[in-house]
Each structure stands twice: as structure tokens, then as C-alpha cells.
Design a protein around this ligand. Structure first.
Ligand SMILES: [Zn+2]
Length: 1011
């Protein structure tokens, strides 16, 4: 037989493109158009419907950046269309083919009922089959944000020129047979192209398509489409073999809670998407749609109650499925321990309260790497499974598994799946399905994978075309078997079929997007401060409440927690959103800090009582300056610890407090850091600490996200100073001594205070940067004379160890690492802790030591200045606090981390207060003290083992207790507990719930705070 394959395939392509698809809508009439440009921010729907519309026309420009235009479309279905399916076709002039990144619209009936979203891939709305038609579209002129630099990301700089032009507004007949033919051909041709050239199935499909085109009359497709479908039916009926890979397709829309649009636009994006999905479900009863991020459902509830009602109906029918169990799809590198726990407790509680649904799958397809603390938190939240696909984005190493057990730092394992389709926005195309099968690493041992399908980011989720593909690939030879299922059904089946799974231990590090630990420094600082203020506000409020002094501020704390949790979304805290988002985040964090400060202060004053003594409150889990952990005492006059001194010598300024002796030279660099207790020099020979370094920082792909390894090839040391001077004692706390260093370079200035305090074995560094650089990475280096194989970095509820060397490609790829409050490097018998109050990015490297051996350099990442998506990222003033603690082991590093982030707070009052909660093992840390979320007045205490060892401790509560139980993160009892001798395994998190006894002499009931 002659090989005519290319000719036949070309014929098929052209006929589909130029004849079949246009014939789906064979008859059209134009709609009349009117419009109203909304001044300023979006208005409520009723206002938009009742606005003073003006005549408009197809071809008219509309939409200043971030503006909203309301359109009204009216027309009459021609009488001769009677009995045929009718649709409106509206093309807002989206400007590109990818949904979610340009203009979007939501269609309303005249009574304000939302019908469906309009997107670049969704122009059609079903209409009544006869009579007059009328509908409105709320059209959002969201600009297309593309690099390398755009000013469109903030209305303040975006200008007012219209971005879009109305392209089409018609009523049309939908020829459903031609539409079905188009879908048959789409699926078969797509499958054919995935099959090997020598497969008979490929040729069988090609010949069937050829026969279908032969019977199709190109001048009357409507009359011949059914005959053409008959030619295709036999090849569509060939069934998949029993061992075909099984794909569980889950309808989804990955909606970034803010990114290239502000939070307020996400509120509309989720409403459009949910409206779209529930309306699609009316026509397609097989659709199951999973929606993650409780916050997004809370927005629909608050802003679009009519859409929420429809969602609730579909949830009750188990078709609209809440998934994920988190408040948002958070970043998991940077949120603190308690905050990550609250992502789960707030997320899961919302789904339980609103829908009675206990989510069991944690759904984080897109976050930028996954903390090794997650497995324990997932299980403690009552969830069982974990999903992401993001590690397929790693640029160096290929992750070995798609289905495996993931083991966290405490040893907890969680069943984990990486969809091998490598996307969370699948269209269920033949190419994607084939890739999922070919890519699946568990072949021969497991047979199932999950495919999330649907347009995200306001693209409306699944489409009828995707559902049509799913119907045809349900059991089709050559294709994996595709069924639409819930994530729960997938996980249960996948777990059951694969009992002897491989195990991956430790973090899931994304070898990409390493700049997100540093970009948008103010957003990071706001998060860190808010997390610690929440600790203060909760502890002191709970303490005051159980003593009957104040009501517990449940509503305020819930609202403030949820605000902080929202901003941990994976494009806000990582710094990868437009300027508008980060400007608003800064304002929000300032408000949060003010409110939390006031809540904590009110509680401290209530606890201290009226009086004029200075009472110092210590929120830290460790004693500070004689004030017990979690307690308050009258501030004492300074004790007889040696005061720090500053003297000038030949080598520079010498700071000395009897524990450390620090030499700062004329360059402002630390040339000596002598640990006098250990009699050991800490700075690497021939090197100097406190060295600020600049690197060019223009990554290849994603500016705000990435720092590429080659940045290190070029460095500029900032080793000249404008001023290096002793700070006058009057400017400092009593007994402290400090050096001020000022450097100007290029367009920027760094001003630092290097401080020693009495009795503290740490050098504190306060750095102010007035930053006006572009595409430049600023690091602060401490070369240390320790030979460290590994560095330890604090993460949530513990720490991870990472190699300091670059033996393997996996080690080398971790050239930038994320740490919370501290990093520790050491050798047996001696180590150094490096603590910080606002930064997350670090790098640790080894150098050859003059005279033999190796030294270790730790660098803090302070600032970057990427220009996309925010062209002005990080410009202006920043303040950082860091500390170097020589002679620290890991337990000391844990203490240094808290010390750098929590301060004693002094109020005027009458009395100190004994700690509400005490533990007697220093490795067991009290992470949270609060009242129960169910508002029963119960006291909740969360503790964890912080050193990575085993511990036994007594937990004492200073108020009378009736009962105590252990609970999960949602404060649901999991078992009895004896608080006299609680044991902890390494990094174990345990939550205790105390119901309090009625105070003596009271008439019963709870001490306080209960409702
Ligand atoms: Zn995302």
C-alpha cells in the first residue's frame, strides 16, 4: 500500500479547522450592544444592572486597566430557528488564547442571577430557543501582565488607555451533531498523533477519519455530519485493554488568591469560576469539581451568596468537592510552625462547619517546595494524603517517584502523589494523557494517576469540550482509561493497590524559584512580625481570660489569623505578585500589627493590674533576664553582669562584654570574633565577617521567583565604609556597647549597629538599607572557622539538616536554602548559631582553610531587586535584625531564634504573674497557648520537641484543671494524657486541651471567657 499518511493527515487538519468548526454555528444574527463604564472600583451587581447604559457597538474599545465595563446585550431569536439550540457568542477581545490572564466577564440574567463566565476559551452562553433575549456582562479589564518590565501591575502607574475592543456579539444556532463530530475528530486525531507510527491502531484511526471526510458534504455539513460520525463510531468503540493505565480526572480550577491581579479581583474570579462550574454541572451530571482554599469559598459566601447557595447544593450532591483542608494553598517554606498548623485548622474547620465535609487530601499543586514538617501536620489535622506536581518544575534532578510515602522530620509518613501529567490545568488532550502514562514512574507496580483538568485563574475550570473528551476516552483503545472521579476515590484506590511504596524522607525541595525566600522583603517582615504578635496576643489574652480578667477576643483573633494566613498564599509571601498586591500587603500587615499589639497590651495591663511598677512580660518559651518563660515580673535593676565596652585600638574598634571580644576594622568588617568562654576565634583565618556582597541577579526565566546559580560567579564586596564609629552610651540600652558602620555604594546606603550586651554571648547586628539597586542580590556574609558537613535550619516545629558540600547534583542544586529564625553550623564540640528576625534566604558553603581543613561561610540573603512582575520591587528603606552566637549548639540555636524575634514588653502595673503553663524540659517548647476555637473556654496548649531528640516533661498549668485530653490540630480529642510525664519523640508536636475547674467559692461554671 502506498504511504499517503501526510496527505491524509493534512486533509483532516484543514477540514476540521476550516469547515467543521465554523459549521458548529451555521446561522447567526447580531445582538444590540449597550455599555456603562464603571467609575473606579467594582460596584455591587444591582448597581451594575441598573446603571445608565449608553449605545455601543462591536469594534468599540473598552476597559482602562483594572476598570470594569458593564455590557447589556439584547436581541430576538429569529422565528425560523424554532426548535434549534441557540447560543449567544460574545468575544470581549481577550487578546490572547490563554484564560485567566486578560479580560474576563461574568454573564447575568436581567434579574441578576449569574450564569456563566466568559474567557478566551469560553465565548458561548446558552439562550432560550425563542423570543426576545437580554443579558448583562460584567467585564473586568484585567491587563495582561508580561515582562520584562510592565507598569500595568498597579492602577497608580497603569494609565487609562482602553486595553480591549469588543470583537463579537451574536446570537447563533448551535448544530449539536456538527459539534459532536468536531469532538469525535478532535479526540481521535489527538490520540492518533500519540500512537507509534508502526501501530496498526494509528492507521485504523486515520483511515476511519478519511472515510468520515469522504461522506461529509463540505457544502452541507449539517446534513452529512451524522453519516460522518457513523464512519468514526467503530474506531471509537474499540475498548482499552484491561491493563490500560487508569486516569482519575478531577475537575479543577487553580485560582491564585492574588498574583498578577489584586485580592479583590480574585473575589470576582472565584465567583465567575464557581458560577461557571455549577452551570456546567446542570448540563453534565458526570462532572466532579474539586475546589481548594477555604478562603475562596468564604469569599463567595460573603460576596456572592446566590452563587454560594448553588455551590452548597452541589456539595451536598458530592459533585462540588471541597478539597485541600487549608485556608489557602500556602507557601510551605516560610510560614512559621503555628501558622502552618492554623492553615490546616482554619481550612478544615471551615469545610466542616459549612459543608460537614472532612477533607483528607492536602492539595498543593503549585507551591514552591514543601517543608519536611508537613507530613506530621497533615496527619495531625486528620488528613491522610498529599498531592503536588510542582517538583516536575525542578531544573536539575528528576524526582524518582510519582506515588510514594513521604516521611517528615518526626518520622510521620503520608501517602503522596505527584500527577505524572505534570500540570494542574489539563485539557484532557491526547498529548497530556499520553504524557501521563509515559511519564508515570511507578509503571509495573501501580496503575493509577490523577489528572486535574480545567482552566485556572479565572478561566472558569472545566469546559464542555474537556468533558466531551473524557466521555470518549473512558474506554478507548490506545488511550489510558479516563474517568471523572473525586480525589478521595483516587487516593483510596491508589493507596490500596500499592502497599509496598517507596519512601522519600525529608523536604521536597523545588530546584527552582529560590529567589522567593527573599523577594519583597517587607512582605516577609510583615509575616514574621505578625506571627510572633499573634503568639503574644493569644498567650496573654488566654491568661487574662482564664483568670477572669477579660473576655477572650475570639472574633478579632480569628479575623487576624485568617488575614495572616491569606497572605501566606504562594504568590504573596513568596513575593511574586504585582506591585498592587505587595503595597496592599504592607498596609494590611501594619494594621494587623497595630491591632495585635493593642490586644496583647490590653491583656498585659489586665494581668499586671493597676499600679506604677514596671512589669516585664516574657512571651518567650525560655526565661529572659530573670523573667520566667511565659510569665511576668517586676523589672529589676540591672544585675552585676559585666558591662560591655567599646575601645579603639590599632586594629579597629574593640567591643568586649567578657564573653565575646569583637574587633571591627576601619572597613566596618568583623576581623575577629573571639569567644572568650571557649577561648576560640570564630572568624575564618584571613577572612572577615559582616561582609555585605552584591551580585548581579538577572535570572533566565522568572524574575521575582528565581535566582540562578550563576549569580555567584560575580561578586562585589562592600569593603569600604564612610564611617565606623563607637556609638555613644546614651544612645544604647544600659550596659551595651556598639559600633555604627555607614556605607554608601552605587545608589544605596547601609547603616549598621553592631552591638554587644551584658551577659549575652551574641553579637547583634541591626542593618538599615536604603535600597535603590536593580536586579542585584545583597548578601551579608560570616565566614566561620568551623568545619561543618551539614547546616541545620529551623523549619516549622523543628529543623532540617542539609549538606554544606556539593557532592551530588541534589546537594549542588540547594545553593540557596530557606530557614526560619536560625541556622546552625558546627563541628563536634563547637558550633555557631546565626539568628534573624525577618529573613528566610540563606546560603552555606565550605572553603579551604589556610593551614589545613575547611571553614564554613553562612550568608544571609537580604534583598533582591527583580523588575517583574513588580518593576519597583524592594526599592526604599528596610530594617533587618540578625545575631551571631558563637559557642552555640542546636539547643542554644533554638533559644537564639526566639530571642531574635520576641522581646520583653514592659507595662506599668501592680504585680507580676506566674506562668500559665510550665514545662520542665528545655527541649520541649510551648508553641501556642490559646482558648479553644469552639469557644467553650477550654485552654489549648501546643508543644513540640525542638532539639530532634527524645524528651520527658511535666506540663503544669497554674489554674485548676478538671480534665485534660490530647487533641489533633482541630482541638478534637484523640486520647487521654498524663501531663506529669509526657514523652516526646524527636520533633513530635502534641496538643493538650484543658477543661478548667470552677474556681473555689464560685457558683460553678467556667472561670471566664466562655460563651
Ligand atoms: Zn498558583
Amino acid at each position: 500500500m502506498h504511504d499517503d499518511r501526510r496527505v491524509v493527515e493534512s486533509r483532516i487538519d484543514r477540514t476540521i479547522r476550516e469547515r467543521v468548526k465554523p459549521a458548529v454555528h451555521p446561522l447567526t444574527v447580531p445582538l444590540a450592544v449597550e455599555s456603562w463604564t464603571c467609575p473606579g472600583e467594582p460596584v455591587p451587581v444591582a448597581e451594575g444592572l441598573a446603571a445608565p447604559y449608553q449605545p455601543a457597538a462591536v469594534g468599540d474599545p473598552w476597559g482602562a486597566p483594572w476598570g470594569t465595563t458593564w455590557f447589556r446585550f439584547t436581541g430576538e431569536v429569529p422565528a425560523e430557528w424554532a426548535g434549534r439550540a441557540v447560543e449567544a457568542i460574545v468575544d470581549l477581545g481577550f487578546g490572547l488564547d490563554q484564560p485567566g490572564f486578560s479580560a474576563e466577564g461574568l454573564v447575568y440574567r436581567p434579574d441578576g442571577t449569574p450564569v456563566k463566565g466568559l474567557h478566551p476559551r469560553s465565548h458561548r452562553v446558552r439562550m432560550p430557543g425563542s423570543g426576545p433575549v437580554s443579558f448583562h456582562v460584567e467585564a473586568a479589564a484585567n491587563p495582561l501582565i508580561i515582562g520584562p518590565v510592565t507598569m500595568l501591575g498597579d492602577p497608580a502607574t497603569a494609565g487609562a488607555a482602553p486595553l480591549y475592543r469588543l470583537v463579537r456579539a451574536d446570537l447563533a444556532v448551535l448544530d449539536e451533531t456538527v459539534y459532536d463530530l468536531a469532538t469525535d475528530l478532535d479526540v481521535l486525531v489527538d490520540l492518533m498523533r500519540q500512537l507509534p507510527m508502526d501501530s496498526s491502531r494509528r492507521w485504523e484511526i486515520m483511515r476511519a477519519c478519511e472515510r468520515a471526510l469522504d461522506v461529509l458534504d463540505l457544502f452541507d455539513l449539517g446534513a452529512t455530519a451524522a453519516a460522518a460520525r457513523d464512519e468514526l463510531a467503530p474506531v471509537l468503540a474499540v475498548r482499552a485493554p484491561d491493563n490500560a493505565h487508569r486516569i482519575y480526572a478531577v475537575g479543577h480550577a487553580h485560582i491564585d488568591s492574588a498574583w498578577l491581579w489584586p485580592l479583590r479581583e480574585t473575589v470576582r474570579k472565584v465567583a465567575r469560576t464557581a458560577a461557571n462550574v455549577v452551570s456546567l454541572m446542570d448540563d453534565h451530571p458526570e462532572l466532579i469539581f474539586g475546589m481548594s482554599q477555604a478562603q475562596q469559598l468564604a469569599w463567595i459566601k460573603e460576596h456572592r451568596p446566590e452563587v454560594y447557595e448553588r455551590v452548597r447544593e452541589k456539595v451536598a450532591a458530592k459533585r462540588f468537592v471541597p478539597i485541600g483542608g487549608m485556608w489557602v494553598e500556602a507557601d510551605t517554606n516560610m510560614p512559621g510552625g503555628e501558622a502552618l498548623a492554623r492553615q490546616f485548622s482554619h481550612g478544615k474547620r471551615f469545610f466542616l462547619d459549612e459543608f460537614g465535609v472532612e477533607t483528607e487530601e492536602v492539595w498543593l499543586p503549585d507551591s514552591f517546595g514543601y517543608s519536611a514538617a508537613l507530613p506530621q501536620l497533615v496527619r495531625l489535622s486528620g488528613s491522610r494524603w498529599f498531592l503536588t506536581q510542582k517538583l516536575s518544575w525542578s531544573t536539575t534532578n528528576r524526582f524518582p517517584h510519582h506515588t510514594f510515602d513521604w516521611e517528615g522530620i518526626d518520622g510521620t509518613r503520608v501517602f503522596t502523589h505527584f500527577p505524572p501529567v505534570d500540570t494542574y490545568n489539563s485539557e484532557l488532550s491526547g498529548a497530556e494523557l499520553a504524557h501521563a502514562v509515559a511519564n508515570f514512574a511507578e509503571k509495573g507496580r501501580a496503575t493509577r494517576s490523577l489528572v486535574p483538568f480545567g482552566w485556572g485563574d479565572g478561566g472558569g475550570g472545566p469546559t464542555r469540550e474537556m468533558l466531551a473528551r473524557a466521555v470518549r476516552t473512558k474506554d478507548l483503545a490506545g488511550s489510558p482509561r479516563v474517568t471523572i472521579e473525586s480525589p478521595r476515590d483516587f487516593f483510596a484506590a491508589a493507596e490500596a493497590e500499592y502497599p509496598d511504596r517507596p519512601v522519600w524522607s525529608g523536604e521536597l525541595y523545588l530546584e527552582f524559584h529560590r529567589g522567593t525566600y527573599t523577594s519583597q522583603a517587607r512582605t516577609k517582615a510583615g509575616n514574621r512580625r505578625s506571627e510572633h504578635l499573634l503568639r503574644e496576643a493569644e498567650l496573654w489574652s488566654a491568661h487574662a481570660a482564664v483568670l477572669g480578667l477579660l473576655d477572650y477576643p475570639y472574633d478579632d483573633l480569628e479575623r487576624l489569623w485568617r488575614t495572616v494566613l491569606l497572605h501566606q498564599f504562594h504568590d504573596i509571601l513568596p513575593g511574586s505578585s504585582i506591585a498592587w498586591v505587595h503595597r496592599e500587603a504592607q498596609e494590611t500587615y501594619a494594621r494587623v500589627e497595630t491591632e495585635l499589639g493593642a490586644i496583647a497590651d490590653r491583656a498585659r495591663r489586665a494581668l499586671a493590674g493597676p499600679g506604677d511598677a514596671e512589669i516585664a512580660f516574657n512571651v518567650s518559651p525560655y526565661p529572659v533576664d530573670g523573667v520566667p518563660a511565659l510569665g511576668a515580673e517586676a523589672a529589676t535593676a540591672s544585675d552585676n553582669r559585666e558591662e560591655a565596652t567599646a575601645t579603639t585600638s590599632i586594629g579597629g574598634i574593640v567591643l568586649d562584654n567578657g564573653l565575646l571580644r569583637v574587633v571591627v576594622d576601619a572597613r566596618g568588617l568583623v576581623t575577629s570574633l573571639l569567644d572568650r568562654t571557649a577561648d576560640r576565634e570564630v572568624i575564618a583565618p584571613g577572612a572577615a565577617g559582616n561582609l555585605a556582597q552584591l551580585h548581579p541577579d538577572l535570572p533566565n526565566r522568572w524574575d521575582a521567583w528565581d535566582v540562578d546559580a550563576f549569580y555567584r560567579n560575580t561578586a562585589t564586596d562592600l569593603d569600604t565604609a564612610d564611617a565606623v564609629e563607637v556609638v555613644r552610651p546614651g544612645e544604647l540600652d544600659e550596659g551595651a556597647a556598639a559600633v555604627r558602620v555607614v556605607r554608601t555604594f552605587r545608589s544605596s546606603t547601609i547603616t549598621q549597629l553592631l552591638t554587644l550586651r551584658p551577659g549575652r554571648r551574641r553579637l547583634e547586628i541591626d542593618t538599615e538599607v536604603d535600597w535603590h539597586e536593580r536586579e542585584t542580590f545583597l548578601k551579608l556574609a560570616f565566614p566561620l572557622d568551623v568545619a561543618a558537613d551539614m547546616s541545620s535550619s529551623e523549619i516549622q516545629f523543628g529543623h532540617v539538616k542539609r549538606p554544606a558540600h556539593t557532592n551530588t547534583s541534589w546537594d549542588a542544586a540547594r545553593f540557596e536554602i530557606c530557614a526560619h529564625r536560625w541556622v546552625h553550623v558546627g563541628e563536634p564540640g563547637y558550633g555557631v548559631a546565626l539568628a534573624n528576625a525577618t529573613t528566610y534566604g540563606h546560603d552555606v558553603s565550605r572553603q579551604r582553610r589556610p593551614g589545613g581543613g575547611t571553614t564554613t561561610t553562612v550568608r544571609w540573603s537580604l534583598l533582591r531587586a527583580p523588575r517583574f512582575p513588580d518593576p519597583e520591587t524592594d526599592q526604599g528603606r528596610h530594617a533587618f535584625h540578625h545575631a551571631v552566637a558563637p559557642g552555640a549548639d542546636v539547643p542554644a540555636a533554638v533559644r537564639e531564634g526566639y530571642a531574635a524575634n520576641l522581646r520583653l514588653r514592659t507595662v506599668q502595673g501592680a504585680r507580676g504573674v506566674a506562668p500559665l503553663v510550665e514545662v520542665d524540659h528545655p527541649g520541649v517548647v510551648v508553641e501556642a497557648v490559646k482558648l479553644a476555637e469552639d469557644r467553650s473556654g477550654d485552654l489549648v496548649v501546643r508543644l513540640y520537641e525542638a532539639w530532634g531528640g527524645r524528651a520527658r516533661t511535666k506540663v503544669r498549668v497554674s489554674v485548676p484543671v478538671a480534665t485534660v485530653v490530647e487533641t489533633d490540630l482541630l482541638e478534637r480529642p484523640t486520647g487521654e494524657i498524663r501531663t506529669e510525664g509526657m514523652t516526646f519523640r524527636p520533633f513530635q508536636i502534641r496538643t493538650l486541651r484543658f477543661s478548667l475547674a470552677a474556681p473555689e467559692g464560685s457558683g460553678g461554671g467556667r472561670p471566664t471567657g466562655a460563651r
